[in-house]
Write a protein that binds this ligand. Sequence first.
Ligand SMILES: Nc1nc2c(ncn2[C@@H]2O[C@H](COP(=O)(O)OP(=O)(O)OP(=O)(O)O)[C@@H](O)[C@H]2O)c(=O)[nH]1
Length: 305
Amino acid sequence: MTDTPTRAGFIALIGEPNAGKSTLLNQMVGAKVSIVTHKVQTTRARIRGIAIEDQSQLVFVDTPGIFRPRRRLDRSMVAAAWGGAADADIILLLIEAHRGLTDGVRAILESLESLDHKTSVALIINKIDRTRSEALLALSRQMNEAYPFAQTFMVSAEKGYGCADLRKWLADSLPEGPWLYPEDQIADLPMRMIAAEVTREKLTLRLHEEIPYQLTVETEAWEERKDGSARVEQVVYVSRPGHKGIVLGKGGETIKAVGQAARVDLEEFMGRRVHLFLQVRVRENWQNEAERYGEIGLNFRDGDN
Ligand SMILES: Nc1nc2c(ncn2[C@@H]2O[C@H](COP(=O)(O)OP(=O)(O)OP(=O)(O)O)[C@@H](O)[C@H]2O)c(=O)[nH]1
């Protein structure tokens, strides 16, 4: 420890679907917290990861892809995304280098204006491994004319280019103050989150259309067994009674297949045996329930709901 003050704060990742938010989060946190899939809009919940850099604690809030509202469901997802962003200390707007200033990005910039420049927003031009450097400079200029970004970074979240600089800047830019979460809580957080994410990913692959975006998975119990295996109990929360049957499948077929696939992935990831138990429960309005966040030992600050 040195005399450098500790710093801590919330960092929201926003951007269009597929911009690379989950990939960047994983790169920043150094653990596979948010599962990356090729499907658009897999990140429904505010999955958070915590990184320590020097004396700073960086708490990442991952948000659903922000896009133009089309249906009711979409609008609620956008609202959820903005809820997280407005309460953050720093917002990172991710855009894709090869797509540039799209209509979707313009819409996000308009929404950012409604925050009245109270929150510091950094521009992250991602996927630079796919674009020529002249185009990057032009894009950076165009974006900075459109919005007063605190800083611009050019990164490849996938390859890790530019990510160390970004981490360092975040660590130096967060407000001074005590860490938000004790260090010992962070240790087992990723495993529970990863386990829930693995199951949610399997559900996403098996279920059609919007149902996956309306469900959440929580790891309720985690028991280390003497034989070295882990007993993991999870609950899949669906928002409507009608969805329960769909998630269960005929004779429990779907949930069984999901559980098996998730178990195989988890065993591979952890390098040991896992006994996974899944339950499906209906919980209407789960999106508004603050206790859901308490489940993994973390509580959002007041107002962040
Ligand atoms: N070439 C390249 N591909 C990338 C990079 N970063 C992310 N990707 C790819 O872009 C796709 C989307 O990445 P995600 O991290 O899932 O994007 P997201 O913004 O979290 O997407 P949503 O969950 O839909 O909001 C994946 O196929 C990634 O592998 C990068 O730096 N370079």
